[in-house]
Design a protein around this ligand. Structure first.
Ligand code: SF4
Length: 356
C-alpha cells in the first residue's frame, strides 16, 4: 500500500479505502464552493438518497448564488418542502444575500468569512474550506464522532465539551494535509458504510488493528452518549375550511417549528381533546361563532414525530355556506383550492393534502 510519510497509518488506510469505495455523487464532481455548500446544507439531517434529488432540483433552479439570492423565500421553501428543518432553507437564502451583498457574489474562501454566513456552523465551514479550498480543517459530524470514539475508546460523552474536544483534536491530528477534503469525506463515508451505529463491519474492517474499542471487545459501548432529550408532546387541531371552491391557509410567523410555512387554521391545545371539548374552547368560538350553519367532519388523526416533539394531530373539514361573508380567521388568506399544492407546507400538512 502506498503511504505518505506524513500520514498516520489510519489516515493512509482511510484514503486508500475512499479511493476504492467513494460514492459517486453529483457534488463530488466539482470543487465549486456554492455547490458544495448547497449539498452540505441539504445533507444535514437528510439521507443521501433523498438529498441527491433535492440537490439536483435545487441546482437546476438556482445554479448560482445570485439566482438563489434573488428568489422569493416562498419559492425556496417550496423547493425545500419535505426535507424538514426549514430554518436551513431560510438561513441558506439569507446567506446567499450576504454573499451577494458583502462578497460581491463570489463565495468567500476564508474560513472566518464562510463561518460568518447565516446558518453556517463550524462543521459546514470546515467541510467547504477543506473540499472547495483545500484547507486542512477536520470536520466532525456524527459519523466522525463514532469512528474516532471507537478507534480511540473515548470514554467522555460526545455531548460534553471534553468529549467533543478530544474527538475534534484527534480528527485534526489525523488530517491529510494535501487532501483534506478527501480525508474528511473518507472518514464520514467510512462511518456511514463500515463503522455503522448498530452493526459495524468489524470482522473485515481495515482499521481493526488500530481500533481500541475492538481490541477491548467494547465496540457497542462507543460513542458514549449519555444525553436523553425529553420529547415534548403537542396537540394540533387543524381546520380545513371549505367555502365553495375556496379554502383558507395561514402562515406560521411565530418563532417555532415550520416558521414561514403555510397551514390550515390551527387550534393548539395543551392536552388531547375530542371534538366536544374542542367546541367549548374560546379559540373555537373565535374561529366559527356567528356562522349560520357549519358541517364539520373529523377526517384524520395523525401522530407526527419530530426530533424533540411528538405532534398529535386532528384534521377537521369544515364546510361553511358559500354566500356567508367570512372574516379570514387568524389572519388566514383565502385561496382557490386548486392552489393548495403551490404553497410551502410542512410534511404533516402535506400528508393530509395528499389524501383529501
Ligand atoms: Fe469501527 Fe469495528 Fe472498524 Fe473499529 S473495528 S473502526 S469499531 S468497524
Amino acid at each position: 500500500m502506498e503511504k505518505s510519510a506524513d500520514h498516520t497509518p489510519i489516515t493512509t488506510h482511510l484514503l486508500n479505502w475512499y479511493k476504492e469505495h467513494k460514492r459517486q455523487l453529483p457534488w463530488r464532481e466539482t470543487s465549486d464552493a456554492y455547490s458544495i455548500w448547497i449539498s452540505e446544507v441539504i445533507l444535514q439531517q437528510t439521507r443521501i438518497a433523498q438529498g441527491e434529488d433535492y440537490f439536483l432540483r435545487f441546482m437546476e433552479r438556482f445554479p448560482n448564488v445570485q439566482m438563489l439570492a434573488e428568489a422569493e423565500e416562498e419559492e425556496v421553501l417550496k423547493l425545500w418542502q419535505g426535507l424538514g428543518y426549514y430554518s436551513r432553507a431560510r438561513n441558506m437564502h439569507a446567506a446567499a444575500k450576504q454573499i451577494v451583498g458583502r462578497f460581491d457574489g463570489t463565495f468567500p474562501n476564508a474560513y472566518s468569512d464562510i463561518l460568518s454566513l447565516k446558518g453556517v456552523g463550524e462543521y459546514t465551514a470546515a467541510a467547504i474550506s477543506s473540499i472547495a479550498f483545500n484547507e486542512p480543517r477536520a470536520v466532525v459530524d456524527g459519523n466522525v464522532q463514532r469512528v474516532i470514539a471507537r478507534l480511540f475508546a473515548i470514554e467522555s460523552s460526545i455531548h460534553t465539551s471534553a468529549g467533543k474536544k478530544s474527538i475534534a483534536e484527534i480528527a485534526q491530528s489525523l488530517i491529510a494535509e494535501e487532501s483534506p477534503g478527501s480525508y474528511n469525506q473518507a472518514l464520514m463515508d467510512f462511518g456511514s458504510m463500515v463503522c455503522t451505529p448498530t452493526q459495524p463491519r468489524c470482522t473485515d474492517c481495515l482499521l481493526q488493528d488500530y481500533c481500541a474499542a475492538y481490541a477491548e471487545n467494547r465496540v457497542i459501548d462507543f460513542p458514549v452518549n449519555n444525553r436523553k432529550v425529553p420529547i415534548k408532546k403537542r396537540y394540533f387541531n387543524y381546520f380545513h375550511i371549505v367555502q365553495g371552491n375556496s379554502t383558507f391557509l395561514q402562515k406560521r410567523v411565530m418563532s417555532d417549528i415550520w416558521k414561514n410555512l403555510y397551514e390550515f387554521p390551527l387550534i393548539e391545545t395543551l392536552s388531547a381533546m375530542d371534538f366536544t371539548q374542542l367546541e367549548q374552547t374560546i379559540e373555537f368560538s373565535d374561529l366559527f361563532s356567528g356562522i349560520p350553519s357549519l358541517t364539520i367532519d373529523h377526517l384524520l388523526t395523525l401522530k407526527h414525530q419530530l426530533t424533540h416533539q411528538l405532534i398529535h394531530t386532528n384534521f377537521y373539514r369544515v364546510i361553511i355556506p358559500e354566500n356567508y361573508l367570512f372574516a379570514s380567521p387568524l389572519n388566514a388568506i383565502k385561496i382557490d383550492k386548486e392552489q393548495l399544492s403551490s404553497y410551502p407546507v410542512s410534511r404533516l400538512t402535506d400528508k393530509y393534502i395528499t389524501i383529501i
